[in-house]
Design a protein around this ligand. Structure first.
Ligand code: ASC
Length: 149
């Protein structure tokens, strides 16, 4: 087998966390910002329903919640050592000095998005509203602590 093919196969066999390697800090920064941006777009579409700007459609909310919950797993492996600088980032230095607290915030947010998905699947708008509020709080907690203005 040719070496590049073997290497490609080896890469695929690695667990997801070990794949979180970026050539440059800038690449990690772009990756995590992209994941947050897509998440924010789909969370915002649920927000429009919660605010009554868009009629409630459980299937559409579920589709958006699926994306939010899946994407919530992506950004945090891209906050590795040395990715505090090197691109256009608002990430505060405290992320790397308060790793336990930062990771707890990430887990809280991931759990909140999982509950939002359950609420969406229930088809109950009141449940969606509650879970949306809790998820928004989990976003805000990290923004307040770890994102520069
Ligand atoms: C959004 C979005 C965020 C969160 C945050 C909640 O829709 O893009 O970053 O909600 O504003 O406080």
């Amino acid at each position: 087998m040719k070496k590049p093919v073997l290497l490609a196969l080896l890469c695929c066999a690695l667990p997801l966390s070990a794949q979180a390697q970026f050539a440059k800090p800038e690449d990690a920064i772009k990756y995590r910002q992209s994941a947050f941006a897509v998440m924010g777009t789909h969370f915002g579409r649920i927000g429009a329903v919660v605010k009554g700007e868009v009629p409630f459609n459980a299937a559409a909310v579920t589709a958006n919640a699926e994306i939010v919950a899946a994407l919530s797993k992506l950004p945090f492996d891209a906050f590795g050592p040395g990715t505090d600088k090197g691109g256009n980032t608002k990430a505060k230095a405290e992320i790397w000095t308060e790793q336990d607290k930062f990771k707890k915030g990430a887990t809280d947010m991931q759990e909140a998005t999982a509950k939002l998905l359950v609420a969406a699947k229930s088809g109950n708008l009141e449940e969606v509203k509650k879970a949306f509020g809790a998820t928004g709080q989990s976003c805000k907690a990290c923004h307040d602590n770890y994102r520069a203005k």
